[in-house]
Ligand binder design. Structure first.
Ligand code: PLP
Length: 379
């Protein structure tokens, strides 16, 4: 099946009891058994719930994977990947990444004796140079948050495979509409489902997808043993959201192009970060690796003044000033004080994340209204 068909149909089967075309919200914690151990595949909803099972199947299908697992948040999904590690293991991660991911790595797992190295992954040699016999996991985002670097996923996966190192790719920004990391050799795809997959800013959720059965078993063991699972209402909302993912993503990408090109010619703008621009340093890789360039656009002002950037954020109206991204409505944010505040300033600056950087999640509204809002805010 092609992507748009899978988005609508995968995992969703008519309800056996009633024929309902939509998977019901199975709001139940437990399931009656005929005799001990004799049941219809469901025992307790932490372990599995039919609404969650439908969503897990849908997520696996759209990522070209065999096994999908849902979690209470993107970070709960990340947490379970880290639980595969043990004290003494080392992780190499892309240096530009979601602030919460940086925080769980350094603030939570470092104290269990796991070491994290953050390196730019624009070329694989920095990654190769960091590998030693303790390297157990390579973690990356592409495009990265918030500077929108595009990493050559296939190349990094090859480096990891040659040394038998586990790989995880956070595909939140691209979504499976734009790229499928499993097809590029990744072992695990990580999602903050909260963002584009849910798509309507009404649910917090995470997911992992893999093709490796043994790995899927280990991850499912942690999912059930640690228990950060989403409830059936949230699973229903995301199942509904995924049906329109291709339509929404197409419009996010179209609108982001118009916004990026507008900002790029604006006299008050310093630098625009969007992989679809020809002058973007990773434009060529983005063209090969992604089917379009995504809905996230970051930029700085020409004078690089933090106060001026904050004024722009306050003046934007249609772009609501808020954390998060990937919903139908446009949002704007200030990474240095919001999504990435948990990364120390000197670490942020090493990666090029300036305090005046503004990040836009371009929604699916009419382009003219979006441009008019930017124009009045920058005026
Ligand atoms: C938001 C986000 C996360 C964390 O997901 P939550 O659902 O907020 O826990 C992880 N990675 C990226 C790229 C994100 O944007």
């Amino acid at each position: 099946m092609k992507f748009a068909t899978k988005a609508v149909h995968a995992g969703v089967h008519p309800d056996p009891a009633t024929g309902a075309i939509m998977t019901p919200i199975y709001q139940t914690s437990t399931y009656v058994q005929e005799s001990p151990g004799k049941h219809k595949g469901y025992e307790y909803s932490r372990t599995l719930n039919p609404t969650r099972a439908a969503l897990q199947e849908s997520l696996a299908a759209i990522e070209n994977g065999r096994f999908g697992l849902c979690f209470a948040s993107g970070l709960a999904a990340t947490d379970v990947v880290l639980k595969l590690l043990k004290s003494g293991d080392e992780v190499i991660a892309s240096n530009d990444l979601y602030g919460g991911t940086y925080r769980i790595f350094t603030g939570v797992y470092e104290k269990y004796g796991i070491k994290f190295h953050f390196v730019p992954m624009d070329t694989p040699d920095r990654v190769e140079a960091m590998i030693n016999e303790r390297t157990r996991l390579i973690w990356l985002e592409s495009p990265t948050n918030p500077l929108l670097h595009v990493i050559d996923i296939k190349k990094i996966m090859e480096v990891a495979k040659a040394k038998n190192i586990l790989t995880a790719v956070d595909n939140t920004f691209a979504t499976p509409y734009l790229q499928n990391p499993l097809d590029m050799g990744a072992d695990i795809v990580v999602h903050s489902v909260t963002k584009y997959l849910g798509g309507h800013s009404d649910t917090v959720m995470g997911a992992l997808v893999t093709n490796n059965e043994k790995l899927a078993e280990q991850l499912a063991y942690f999912q059930n043993s640690c228990g950060a699972v989403p409830g059936p209402q949230d699973c229903f909302l995301v199942l509904r959201g995924i049906k329109t993912l291709p339509l929404r993503m197409a419009q996010h990408c179209k609108n982001a192009k118009v916004v990026a090109e507008y900002l790029n010619q604006h006299p008050k703008i310093g630098r625009v970060y969007w992989p679809g621009l020809k002058e973007h340093p990773n434009h060529e890789i983005a063209k090969q690796q992604m089917r379009d360039f995504g809905g996230m656009v970051s930029f700085t002002l020409k004078d690089d003044c933090v106060e001026a950037a904050i004024e722009v954020l306050e003046r934007l109206k249609l772009f609501a000033l808020a954390e998060s991204l990937g919903g139908v409505e446009s949002l704007c944010g200030h990474p240095a004080s919001m999504t990435h505040a948990s990364i120390p300033k000197e670490e942020r600056e090493k990666t090029g994340l300036k305090d005046s950087l503004i990040r836009l999640s371009v929604g699916i509204e009419d382009q003219e209204d979006l441009i008019a809002d930017l124009a009045q805010a920058l005026d």
